[in-house]
Write a protein that binds this ligand. Structure first.
Ligand code: PLP
Length: 400
């Protein structure tokens, strides 16, 4: 039998709704009835397959989406959360107890960095930050009480590429879990297939792709997902970031067009990256051969989806970056807004927005310029025209 790629696995997953509905009906219930009182007891104890108890635990609509995500990722199971941060924080708090240690990449989304740096000390969980491209540094950071290694597959906003197979080796040799945030590269990279134990997503971004909701996902084996929703000590069950089933139903429909969207985001981003380079701008895009992670990414990726929709350009100062972003918005290139994975182009100055939680000295240390503009390139049908607008804005900016 032909081995199907991630998108084809989703395409061939048939989920029959209650009434034969092709989009499974939305289960608009927080609680569920039992005909026999004993079945309720069994369900509480996790012994009653197919029965639903309460929607903070599992809801049928959330289960359809979780099943589709697990199918995409190639994991045994998944659980969907009310935000990407909920997926990250529940995963970490499930794996670590007070007195434990974890290794995290420094170059991650600012909210994740703030959780590791500012929030975990409350629970006496120690974090060592490392450069995700330096495998020796990662190896040397392992301690007897280390529980996990955390990285983004493509880092935000520096677009470093994590060597997931090598990180997985380090994790396996030391009995650690490798947790990978794949928000920037769904379908392009398949972290679990490359060795990661747990894959987390902000579905707010590419997976949903509409910027109309906030959601997250945790893809892992049955043992981990069941531990998360254990009624007595599961972090997801007890902290309670359940996703609204109405939202789940929307995301499930949008997941089915993800493969087409990722190809167009990547096509447009590659086009802009080349044009920016020709203009002599300092541009970072993993699809360009001079990008430090280009070869590694080429060896890990599913090539049909391209190198992703995120590009960064460095204008050196925040003032220049701000001026250019305002001009681009005025010309209709897209929106000056945080977030990514939207059908329109979004741009923001990372240092003062999505990475502002990272202290300035650390931003310098990791090579994050105050003038960096991160573009989440949209689904523009005529990217040449969009580029002509950006070029005008850049030229006007230079003459200031
Ligand atoms: N992971 C990455 C890479 C992100 O960029 C973000 C948000 O920007 C998150 C996680 C957090 O996701 P959410 O905003 O859905 O909580």
């Amino acid at each position: 039998m032909k081995k199907l790629d991630s998108a084809s696995r989703i395409q061939h997953l048939l989920q029959f709704g209650e009434f034969g509905d092709v989009n499974p009906s939305i289960t608009d219930s927080s609680t569920f009835t039992f005909l026999g009182a004993n079945t309720m007891v069994d369900t509480f104890e996790g012994h009653s397959e197919g029965c639903f108890l309460y929607s903070r635990h599992w809801n049928p609509t959330n289960k359809y989406l979780a099943e589709a995500l697990a199918t995409m990722e190639g994991t045994e199971n998944a659980w969907v959360t009310a935000s990407g941060m909920a997926a990250i924080t529940c995963t970490i708090l499930q794996l670590c107890n007070s007195g434990d240690h974890l290794i995290a990449s420094t170059t991650i989304y600012g909210g994740s960095f703030a959780f590791f740096q500012n929030y975990l000390p409350k629970f006496n969980i120690e974090v060592t930050f490392v450069n995700p491209t330096d495998l020796e540094e990662i190896k040397n950071a392992v301690k007897p009480n280390t529980k996990l290694i955390y990285t983004e597959a493509i880092s935000n906003p520096l677009l470093q590429i994590a060597n997931i197979p090598e990180m997985a080796k380090i994790a396996n040799q030391n009995n650690l879990k490798l947790v990978v945030d794949n928000t920037f590269s769904p379908l392009i990279l398949a972290p679990h297939q490359l060795g990661a134990h747990i894959v987390v997503y902000s579905m707010t971004k590419f997976i949903n792709g509409k910027n109309d909701l906030v959601a997250g996902a945790i893809c892992a084996d049955n043992e981990f997902i069941n531990s998360l929703v254990n009624v007595n000590n599961g972090t997801a069950m007890l902290l309670g970031p359940a996703l609204d089933p109405l939202r789940s139903s929307n995301i499930l429909k949008n997941l089915h067009t993800l493969h087409i969207r990722m190809k167009q985001h990547s096509y447009n981003a590659m086009y802009l990256a080349h044009r920016f380079k020709e203009m002599g701008l300092e541009v970072s895009y993993p699809g360009l051969p001079e990008h430090k992670g280009h070869e590694l990414m080429t060896s890990l990726m599913d090539k049909q989806y391209g190198y992703g929709g995120i590009i960064a350009i460095n204008l050196k100062t925040k003032q220049k970056a701000d001026q250019l972003m305002e001009k681009m918005q005025a010309k209709g290139v897209g929106y000056l807004a945080v977030s990514l994975g939207y059908f329109k182009t979004l741009f923001s100055n990372s240092g003062s927005s999505t990475s502002s939680e990272v202290p300035i000295e650390k931003q310098h240390e990791m090579g994050l310029s105050p003038g960096l503009i991160r573009f989440s390139v949209g689904l523009d049908n005529d990217i040449e025209y969009t580029f002509s607008l950006i070029k005008e804005a850049i030229q006007e900016n230079q003459s200031l």
